[in-house]
Each structure stands twice: as structure tokens, then as C-alpha cells.
Design a binder for this molecule. Structure first.
Ligand SMILES: [Mn+2]
Length: 322
């Protein structure tokens, strides 16, 4: 992580001059983007800096139990801020209209992009990017360490939440020795693996399991391309009383089918929009981000996604996108 030191020095210097930064988490906020943002906000608060966290979308599923989500703002007015932080996914800048608001400002404010995904630099930004980091929360940990910020138990938990989630509970191959060392340090500060595990992986609702049941029942493997595929309609979600957050995890289960090299879950998002999430495993040697890119999506080698226009409809025994 040595090469980020230079960025950290610039960032620490920049933070001395700001009073009201806006922190943007990515659409469909996950545990890592929230963990990184809330940890950074705690640091700011202790420096007498009043930060605001902006989340375009509501938080659903497990992360609800891990963060004070009532503190999130669903709107922003960049004129009230003197710095803009994009947390965990650089495309948030474009997807939420922050780019337009930023470009319309009479007086430019610093733009900081903190990310661990591939190809995630932003023009005109201070890019604090490390693609080797398992999570953005890991980068934030290093930064807070760099400025000698003493982590409280709550802040340590935020960071552990992010790291635990993005490594699939230390099961994915992005779990490095450093990831475990950091996590050990966070445990020493009082963070709990049990708490985050319960919220993310163990605490499944009946609705979520019913939804998985429907999707697993529909699952098929395409033997030619070794793809395991299934899908979820909006009606399924409503019928099961499940939330969109319950869909994640499904692609990971599908991914464990030994005849498949990667999994694809299609889920109806809003009217006429279908979300696709792809997963693979290191040993399967498939780069799912290439598939996602072909559909103008993004992500990383083992977990990517894209969106397409359409509706899922049943025609006899077949389901089609129309
Ligand atoms: Mn992340």
C-alpha cells in the first residue's frame, strides 16, 4: 500500500482546509461504501468538520442493521459544500448527477475519488485508488492510520463491516494477509465479526429464503458457456416480501454449481429495467467484468454487473426478456 502514502499526504493537507464536505456513496449502497463513508464521517466530526453523506438510493438488506442510515441524505446541494468525496465507485459521480452539479459550480471545489475497482480514476480528481485493496474500507483504514486517528469501537466496526462484506466473510481471493492484519487490528479496537456476520450472512429473513427458493428452482446451466443463470421478477420480490438487497448472495450460491464457471442473476429493477449481476471465482479463470463491459456495465474480475432495458415475461415454459 506504499504508493498511496503520497496521496494520503495530499489528502490530509486538503482536509485541513475544508469545513463541509459531501461524501457520496454509490447507488444501491453496499456495506463497503457505507462503512468507508461512515468511518470517514466519524473522523471528520472529530476534526470539527461537518460532513454530509449522500445516498441516492435507500439502503436495503443486511447493511440496514450495521449503520445509522437515518443520517443519510437522499438529496444534495453542492453549493453548500467545499469538497466532494466519491466513495467506493467512481461512476457514482456520473450516475447521480453530481458531475453536472460539479461542473456548474462557479467556484470549483476539490474532488476526491476513493476506490478499489479497476479503471476507476476520475478526471480532475485526487484519485486515492488501490485496486489491490480488498475494500474501500481498507483504504480508509490506511488513511486514518496515516493521520494517527485513534479508532473508536464504532468506527472500527464500520471498517470491519466493509472489509468483511467485500471479502465475502474472508472467503474470496481478494483476502490478503494485509486484509487479515487490518481486521485483527479492528478486532483489537473492539469490532465484532459476529455482529457483521449476523447482519450480512446469518440473519436471513424468511422472505429472502423464499425468494432464493424461487430463483434456485428456475436456475439453469448453459453447458456450452458454463453459465449458471436465474432471475427474479418484481412480482417475486413482492410475493415473498423480500427486498432488492436479498438478491445479492444468490449469484454467489449459483456460482457454487460445479458445472458452471460463472453465474448470472437477472432481476427486474424499476419499470422496464433489468439488473444483471455476474459472479465468478478465481480458480474458474473467467473475467466477468469483460461480459459486463460488453453491456456497458462495470465491476471487477469476479463480481460485475450491468443494466439492460426490458421486462421479464413467462411464455409457456420459457422466460424471455422483452
Ligand atoms: Mn467495495
Amino acid at each position: 500500500m506504499e504508493h498511496l502514502t503520497e496521496k494520503f499526504i495530499i489528502l490530509a493537507d486538503l482536509i485541513k482546509k475544508i469545513k463541509q464536505p459531501l461524501l457520496a456513496v454509490h447507488p444501491g449502497p453496499d456495506t463497503d461504501t457505507l462503512g468507508a463513508a461512515f468511518a470517514l464521517a466519524a473522523f471528520f466530526k472529530d476534526q470539527g468538520i461537518k460532513s454530509t453523506i449522500f445516498s441516492q438510493d435507500q439502503v436495503t438488506g443486511g447493511p440496514v442493521k450495521l449503520f445509522p442510515i437515518q443520517k443519510l441524505n437522499s438529496e444534495f446541494d453542492l453549493k453548500n459544500h467545499d469538497a466532494l468525496f466519491i466513495i467506493d465507485r467512481h461512476d457514482t459521480f456520473f450516475q447521480t448527477g453530481l458531475d453536472k452539479a460539479f461542473n456548474q459550480l462557479d467556484q470549483k471545489i476539490p474532488l476526491i475519488n476513493i476506490d478499489h475497482h479497476l479503471r476507476s480514476s476520475l478526471d480532475d480528481a485526487l484519485n486515492v485508488v488501490n485496486t489491490k485493496a480488498a475494500a474501500t474500507s481498507e483504504i480508509i483504514y490506511h488513511f486514518l492510520n496515516h493521520v494517527n486517528y485513534p479508532l473508536s469501537q464504532t468506527t472500527a466496526q464500520y471498517l470491519l463491516n466493509g472489509i468483511y462484506a467485500d471479502t465475502g466473510g474472508f472467503r474470496h481471493t481478494n483476502t490478503s494477509a494485509e486484509t487479515l492484519e487490518i481486521s485483527g487490528e479492528l478486532l483489537r479496537k473492539g469490532a465484532s465479526i459476529g455482529k457483521v456476520n449476523q447482519a450480512l450472512f446469518a440473519g436471513k429473513s424468511l422472505g429472502a429464503l423464499k425468494l432464493w427458493g424461487i430463483a434456485l428452482n428456475r436456475a439453469q446451466v448453459n453447458p456450452k458457456i458454463k453459465m449458471a443463470v436465474s432471475f427474479i421478477t418484481k412480482k417475486d420480490l413482492a410475493d415473498c416480501g423480500a427486498s432488492p438487497g436479498d438478491i445479492s448472495g444468490l449469484s454467489e450460491i449459483l456460482n457454487t454449481i460445479s458445472e458452471s464457471n460463472f453465474s448470472l442473476i437477472l432481476s427486474e429493477k424499476s419499470e422496464g429495467e433489468i439488473k444483471a449481476s455476474l459472479r465468478s471465482e478465481e480458480f474458474k479463470k473467467v473475467d466477468v467484468s469483460k461480459i459486463a463491459k460488453a453491456f456497458r456495465g462495470g465491476g471487477h474480475k469476479l463480481a460485475s454487473g450491468f443494466e439492460i432495458k426490458g421486462k421479464l415475461r413467462q411464455m409457456g415454459n420459457q422466460w424471455v426478456i422483452e
